[in-house]
Write a protein that binds this ligand. Structure first.
Ligand SMILES: Nc1ncnc2c1ncn2[C@@H]1O[C@H](COP(=O)(O)OP(=O)(O)OP(=O)(O)O)[C@@H](O)[C@H]1O
Ligand SMILES: [Mg+2]
Length: 234
């Protein structure tokens, strides 16, 4: 459960987020769409507690982000643009390292299982620095979910993935949803948004300009709404 009230973020003289009000229920899978520079990644960074808001209140599972950063971090899985992986370490070493940070039980077993799930068991002990972009993204996804977070924040997670990896990622998101995980996913990929999300939010110029639920993977409806809100098509 995420509750955001009157959130603003100012950087230098620029207002990047201009009064965001948003409530997301437990178990929802929500896509955030919007043009470059709309403030999508900034919103995710504030929620991931790596950027402080200028004004406003953010509550995650009832905990205030200002007062309970450590407790909240434990609930969050965050996949930013950069992988956060250590180049010279293997997938196993990276995942065990992050897993230990979150005090995951049987961390090695879980790491091995996740590497297997993202289709890279053959590369378990290879240094990540030799990996292709898609391979790195696969391990970055495993890293984001190592501690089975209740809230998943994904910034353009499908970027660089081949068809097989897209299916793996979508499976991860859907199976976590079945366990009650809430997912907030920034994306430019309308097809993936329509396929796995129940709700779509459109951002423009630091505000939310549309917020609606979708049924039966209605891609056409999403495209139409986006054109209306962002491109001014009536
Ligand atoms: N630390 C910062 N200092 C100053 N301006 C910033 C900072 N971070 C982001 N911005 C500005 O805020 C705006 C929103 O950036 P943000 O990265 O949130 O956009 P976005 O919606 O994720 O775009 P994209 O689709 O390109 O990823 C941009 O104009 C950017 O230049
Ligand atoms: Mg972004």
């Amino acid at each position: 459960m995420i509750e955001i009230k009157n959130l603003t973020k100012r950087a230098d003289s620029k207002l990047i987020l201009r009064g965001i009000d948003l409530s997301i229920r437990k178990g929802e899978t929500v896509a955030i769409l919007g043009p470059n520079g709309a403030g999508k990644s900034t919103l995710l960074k504030v929620l991931a507690a790596i950027m402080k808001p200028t004004t406003g209140v953010v509550k995650i599972n009832g905990l205030d982000l200002k007062k309970n950063i450590l407790d909240i971090k434990q609930l969050l899985g965050y996949l930013p643009h950069s992988s956060l992986l250590y180049d010279h370490y293997s997938p196993l070493e990276n995942l065990v390292f992050f897993g230990k940070m979150y005090r995951v039980h049987d961390v090695e077993q879980r790491a091995i299982r996740l590497v297997n799930e993202v289709g890279l068991s053959f590369f378990l002990n290879e240094p990540v620095k030799n990996f292709s972009r898609g391979m790195i993204q696969r391990i970055a996804i495993a890293r984001a979910v190592i501690h089975e977070p209740e809230i998943l924040l994904l910034d353009e997670p499908h970027t660089g993935l081949d068809q097989g990896a897209i299916a793996i990622l979508n499976n991860v998101i859907v199976s976590m949803k079945e366990k009650g995980t809430t997912t907030l996913m920034v994306t430019h990929d309308f097809k993936q948004a329509a396929e796995i999300c129940d709700r779509i939010i459109i951002m423009k110029n630091g505000t939310i300009v549309d917020d609606f639920y979708i049924e039966e993977q209605n891609l056409g409806f999403v495209v139409k709404k986006y054109q209306q809100q962002v491109e001014g098509v009536s």
